[in-house]
Design a protein around this ligand. Structure first.
Ligand code: NI
Length: 390
C-alpha cells in the first residue's frame, strides 16, 4: 500500500515541476506562465489540449485505450496568494508579494503527474478531462470556466477535486458525504448617525455606539437563530470610524464574513444581518445600509462518488488511514460550483507539516506528490478500468 511504483519513480521529476511553479507563483487570472507550462506538457504527452477557458484555465482530454465509457473530470487549481513567503526554502517565490501559500502548485503537479502516467498507459475505458482552473482564491475561477462552457464542451459524468490538508497526517485521507467546506459570504454595514462634539453627545447620534450594539447583536444569529445541530459563523473583521478623540463621527462602517453549510441557514444569516443591523440602528436613531454579497456556495459532496473516492483512498492507504466522516471546514472552496452542477466528491490529502495553509512559512510537502498522483490514477482505473474487456 502507498503510492504506486510508477508514480514513485516520477517523484524527482514532479518535485522539479512543483519547485518551478513555486518559484514563479501567479495570482488569479494572471496564471499565464503556469497555464502555458501545464498546456505544453499535456500536449507533449499526446493529450488534446484546450486553452483559455475562464481566461487562463486549461482542459486536457485523454481517451482510454479500452473503448467507450463514462467521462470523469479531475480538477486542480493553479493560482497563488497575494502574500509574502517566509519559508526560506531554496525554491522560494521569486515574485515579491506572491506566494503559493495554499499548495496549488502541488495540486497542479499531482494532476500533471497522473496525466503523464495515464497518457502512457491509457488503461481505461472512457474519457478523462484534466481540468486546471485559475483563480480559486476568492475570484471564482471554477465558475469562470463553467461560464465559458466547461461542462457543455467537456461533458463530465462525475467530477473530483483534491486539496492538501496539513492538519491531517501524511499518508491519510479524509472524504465525507455532505458538506466539506462552508458557504462564504461578505457583509458590509454602513451606519449613519449625526456627528457632534464628543463632549455633547446629546447633540448627535453616535454611530460608533450603534456599531458596537450591532456587532454584539449579530452574534445572536449564531447563538439563538442557528439550529444547535448545525453550524454558522458571523465575524466582523473590520471596524472603521472617526478621526479624532473629541469628535463623534457621522459614519461607521463594519465589514465581515458569514459562513454556513445549509441553504436555509445561509438564507437566515442573510435576512438576519439585514434585520438586526437596520433594526438596532433604527432603535438608536441611526440608519444602516447592509450589503450582503454571496460568495462561494458550500462544497457539498455527493454520496455515491464520495463512497467510491473513500474506497479508492482505502485501497491506497488502508481503511484505518481514511476518515470517512471528517469534521467539515468553515473555509470556502470554489470547487463547490462544479459540485452544484455535476455529481462528485472533494477529498483532503493528508500532508502533515508544521504550518497550516496560508501561513507565510507553509510549503507543500513534496513527499505527497506521488501519493496524490497515485490517488488520481487509481481513481481513474478503478472507475473506468472495468468497463470493457478491451
Ligand atoms: Ni487552496
Amino acid at each position: 500500500m502507498g503510492p504506486r511504483t510508477e508514480l514513485q519513480e516520477m517523484a524527482a521529476e514532479m518535485t522539479a515541476w512543483r519547485h518551478d511553479l513555486h518559484q514563479h507563483p501567479e495570482l488569479g487570472y494572471a496564471e499565464t506562465r503556469t497555464s502555458r507550462a501545464v498546456a505544453d506538457r499535456l500536449e507533449s504527452w499526446g493529450l488534446e489540449v484546450h486553452r483559455g477557458l475562464g481566461k487562463t484555465g486549461v482542459v486536457g482530454v485523454l481517451r482510454g485505450a479500452l473503448g467507450d465509457g463514462p467521462a470523469l473530470g479531475l480538477r486542480a487549481d493553479m493560482d497563488a496568494l497575494p502574500m509574502e513567503e517566509e519559508s526560506g526554502a531554496d525554491h522560494r517565490s521569486t515574485t515579491p508579494g506572491v506566494f503559493h501559500g495554499c499548495g496549488h502548485d502541488g495540486h497542479t503537479t499531482m494532476l500533471l503527474g497522473a496525466a503523464k502516467h495515464l497518457a502512457s498507459t491509457r488503461h481505461f475505458a472512457g474519457t478523462v478531462h484534466f481540468i486546471f482552473q485559475p483563480a480559486e482564491e476568492g475570484l471564482a475561477g471554477a465558475r469562470a470556466m463553467m461560464e465559458d462552457g466547461l461542462f457543455e464542451r467537456f461533458p463530465c459524468d462525475e467530477v473530483y477535486g483534491m486539496h492538501n490538508w496539513p492538519q491531517l497526517g501524511f499518508g491519510q485521507m479524509a472524504v465525507g458525504s455532505g458538506p466539506m467546506m462552508a458557504a462564504s459570504d461578505l457583509i458590509k454595514i454602513e451606519i449613519e448617525g449625526v456627528g457632534a462634539h464628543a463632549a455633547m453627545p446629546h447633540r448627535g447620534v453616535d454611530p460608533v455606539y450603534v456599531a458596537s450594539q450591532v456587532i454584539s447583536s449579530l452574534q445572536s444569529l449564531v447563538s439563538r437563530s442557528t439550529n444547535p445541530a448545525d453550524a454558522a459563523v458571523v465575524s466582523i473583521t473590520k471596524v472603521e470610524a472617526g478621526s479624532a478623540s473629541n469628535v463623534i463621527p457621522r459614519l461607521a462602517t463594519l465589514t465581515g464574513t458569514c459562513r454556513s453549510f445549509r441553504p436555509e441557514t445561509r438564507d437566515m444569516l442573510e435576512a438576519g444581518v439585514e434585520r438586526i443591523a437596520t433594526g438596532v440602528a433604527a432603535a438608536l436613531g441611526a440608519t444602516a445600509k447592509v450589503t450582503y454579497s454571496r460568495g462561494y456556495p458550500p462544497t457539498v459532496n455527493h454520496p455515491t462518488q464520495t463512497q467510491f473516492a473513500g474506497e479508492v483512498a482505502a485501497s491506497l492507504f488502508g481503511e484505518e488511514a481514511v476518515d470517512r466522516s471528517p469534521e467539515p471546514s468553515m473555509g470556502g472552496e470554489d470547487f463547490a460550483f462544479m459540485l452544484e452542477e455535476v455529481p462528485g466528491s472533494y477529498v483532503w490529502l493528508g500532508t502533515g507539516g508544521e504550518f497550516d495553509l496560508h501561513h507565510p512559512r507553509y510549503d507543500f510537502n513534496d513527499e505527497a506528490l506521488p501519493v496524490g498522483a497515485s490517488f488520481w490514477v487509481e481513481l481513474v482505473e478503478a472507475r473506468l478500468g472495468n468497463q470493457s474487456a478491451g
